[in-house]
Design a protein around this ligand. Sequence first.
Ligand code: PEP
Ligand code: MG
Length: 585
Amino acid sequence: MISSVKTKAQQIFEGLGVAPGIGFGHAHIRDHGALEIVEYFVPDDKIKDEIQRFEDALALSIQQLEQLKSKSKELPDAAAEELGFMLDANIHMLRGSRLVRGVETYIQNHALNAEASVQNVLNEIVDGFKALKDTYIASRQSDIQQVAQRILRNLNNTAPPSLNDLDQNTVVIADELTPADTALMHPDKVCGFCTTLGGPESHTAIMARALGIPAVLGINHILGEISNGDPLIIDGDEGKVIVNPSPKTREIFEERAQSNKATLAELHHLRDRQAITKDGVKVNLQANVELPIEVDLVNKNGGEGIGLLRSEFMYMNRDDLPTEEDQCQVFTNMVKAMNGRPITIRTLDIGGEKTAKSLIEDFGDSICSPLGMRGIRLSLNRPDILETQYRAILRASAHGPIRILLPMVTSVDDIRQARRILHSVATRMRKDGIELPDYLPPLGAMIEVPGAALAADSLAQVCEFFAIGSNDLTMYTLATDRADEAVAHLYEPLHPAVLRLIQFTTQAARKNNIPVSICGEIAGNPKYTGLLVGLGLRDLSMGASSIPWIKDRILNMSEGVEQKRADTIMEESDNSRIEMHLKTP
Ligand code: PEP
Ligand code: MG
C-alpha cells in the first residue's frame, strides 16, 4: 500500500530585513509554549471569586490586545489594517464568545479552577471544529487557541517561556521582541527571528545584527498562519520568511547561502591587514559590543578594540541591580580577551526601548520615554548606580586600557558632575588600599543629542574624547523615533542637518585635539564609509561582523577623493542629491 504524506503549501511573508543572512530552521511561536495546567476543585463559597479571577484575566487580555492594536496602527496602511482586523477578532472573542461564556458556566457547574475550566472548554470547542471538517472553520481553531493561551498565561501570571533554552535551528516568531528578549537568544541555537512590530534602528535590530541572527520585522498575520515546528527559511537580506519551503526554493536559498559564505571567507583574508586608503590614510576600525559572547567575533574579524561596550545587558533580564563584583568580572574578562587593545565602556544607557525591571519602580514612565530619564541623567539621579559602575570599571582598568563613555550628554555640567563622582570614587578606593593606575581612564561623551553636537566646542574642553552616536542623533534631530516602523521612511542619517552636526562635532574635536569616533549604525554600513572618512573621521566603531566589509571599502578608496565628495555633499540641501553623489564612482 502506498501511503501519501500531505505536505503543507509554501507561503511567503514579506517584511523589513533588519539583520542580514539566511537561516534554515523551524518555527518557535513565542506565545505558544506549553503551559502546565493544574486542576483542582474550588469550594462552593469560593466559586464567585474564581469566576472573578477569570474575568480579571479576561480584562487584562483585552487590555494587552488593545495595546498591541494601538501600536499596530503605526505600521504601513495595509499591514495595520490586516493586523488590526485579526486583533479585533481576538478582542471580540474575549468579549463574549462561546469560550468565554462556556468557561464561566464550567466553573459554576463543575466547581473546577479557572485554568482547568479554560482548558476543558477549549478542548470541547476544538473537538467540535474537527468534527465539522470545514477547512475555514478548522483554521479558526488557531485563533481560539491563541486567545485561550493568553487567558491562561494571565491567569497563571506567567511570562512567555524564556528564549535562552531553545533547540538548534529555531526561528522565533513573535508579536514583538524587546532588546532584553534578544539578548537571551544564542546564535548557535536561534537561526533567525521575525516579529510583527519593530523598527530597523531599534536596539532589538542592532542586537540581532550584532549576534549575526537574521531578522525580519514588520511581518503581519504570520502568527495566525504558522504552527510551531513548521519548517521555514528566513531571509534577513531581502526581508522574507518562507514557510514550508518547496524543495526548489530550498535549493535556491542554499545556493545563495553558500555564495554568501564564500564571499565572507574571502573577506576574512583581510583580518590582519590594516584599513588604509589607497592614498595612505589609516582608519581605525573597532567594534560595538552588546553582549560578552560577541568578543570572539571581534577578535575573529580583526577589530582593533571595542569602541562601544553597551553596558545595559548586565541590567536586563534580572529583578535586581548588578553588583560591583558582577560588573567587575565581566569588564575584566573583556579587557583580558582584548589583550591590550582598548575598550570603551559606556555607562548605563537604560531608557527609551531599553528598560530594566529594577529601575522601573523608581522612575516609572519617564524611563520609557526617549526624552525622559535616560543615560547620564539617570546615573546622575542615582549616583549609587554610577559609583558602582565606576568602581567596577576602575578595578578592571588595572588589566588593560579602558575609556569611560557617558551616554545622552547634553551639557558641560553633565560631564563636570560625572567627573567629580569619578574622582571621589577613585579617592575612596585608593584610601581603602585598592591599587589603581596612576592616571584614571579618559572620560568622554556620546554626542547623540543635537544640543550636545551644537555645543561640541565647549564640551570638547571638558571631555577627553567624543563618540558620535548617529542613531540617536538622527532620531532627535529629525524628531523620528528610531524604533517606530511607521516613520522609518523619515529616519535619514543623510539629512543635511544630521551631516552638519556630525561635521561640526568632528571639527570641534579636532580643533581641541581630542579623539573623535563614530559608533552609530552608519559606521558599519559601507554606503556611508567614504562620506565619514571625507568628513575627517578616522575612528569607526561598528557591529563586529561589519568590520571586514568596511575594511574592504577603505582599502579601495582614496581619502582625497572622498574629501572632495564630502565638500560637495555638504553644499547640498536635498537628501536625494546626496544619495546620488554617494553612488557616483
Ligand atoms: C547611537 O545612538 O548612535 C549609539 C551608538 O547608541 P545606542 O544605539 O546604544 O543608543
Ligand atoms: Mg544612543
